[in-house]
Ligand binder design. Structure first.
Ligand SMILES: CC(C)(COP(=O)(O)OP(=O)(O)OC[C@H]1O[C@@H](n2cnc3c(N)ncnc32)[C@H](O)[C@@H]1OP(=O)(O)O)[C@@H](O)C(=O)NCCC(=O)NCCS
Length: 153
């Protein structure tokens, strides 16, 4: 997975905490943010944008995972949610890969037309997904070591 670093953005939006997404290879590649922080329920909404020329290179997933790590581990949230348009395929794919699930469909009153989807991710689900990925990566490393004839204690 891509390595990114989140740095506080040098601007202030009321009610939002914004981070620039930095990559060693390309510098600033986008922004992530959280808002609607609710300490009582331990939840917040998140948002993401990767600058157009850097899309489809894995930065969206890496940046979102870095934000989720921060929110679940440092801020201490239990649930993160977001809104997404049903036609936004790249975003849906990116969110599903990070473990988000659709929990609600919001429709226009009277018309009944789908307006947006609400997706959420719980801390325990993110954690267990991370452990699974780490286990798979560990297995790959030991398979590679074995096929290279190297034995690690
Ligand atoms: C949504 C967004 C953040 C995704 O970031 P990204 O860096 O392009 O995504 P990644 O490269 O990490 O890709 C994540 C997954 O989405 C898939 N994906 C990326 N672009 C895609 C596209 N145009 N169509 C279909 N799938 C796409 C990738 O293939 C990858 O899945 P895979 O590993 O199974 O192949 C980015 O496209 C973006 O900033 N869009 C404009 C702003 C926006 O829509 N924000 C979200 C609002 S809810």
């Amino acid at each position: 997975m891509r390595q990114v670093e989140l740095r506080p953005a040098p601007r202030w939006i009321p009610g939002e905490v914004v981070f620039e997404v930095h990559s060693r290879a390309h510098g600033p590649v986008g922004e992530v943010a959280y808002m609607q922080l609710d300490r009582a329920s331990g939840s917040a909404e998140v948002g993401i944008v990767i600058f157009e020329r850097f899309r489809g290179m894995g930065y969206g997933e890496a940046a979102l995972r870095a934000l989720l790590d921060h929110l679940f581990q440092s801020v201490g949230l239990r649930r993160v949610w977001l809104r997404v348009l049903p036609a936004n395929r790249p975003a849906l794919r990116c969110y599903r890969k990070c473990g988000f699930r659709v929990v609600r469909e919001v429709r226009w009153p009277l018309l009944g037309i789908l307006r947006y989807l609400v997706m959420e991710l719980r801390q325990e689900d993110f954690q267990s997904q991370k452990e699974e990925v780490a286990g798979e990566e560990g297995q790959e490393v030991s398979d590679m070591a074995e096929s290279a004839g190297t034995v690690h204690p």
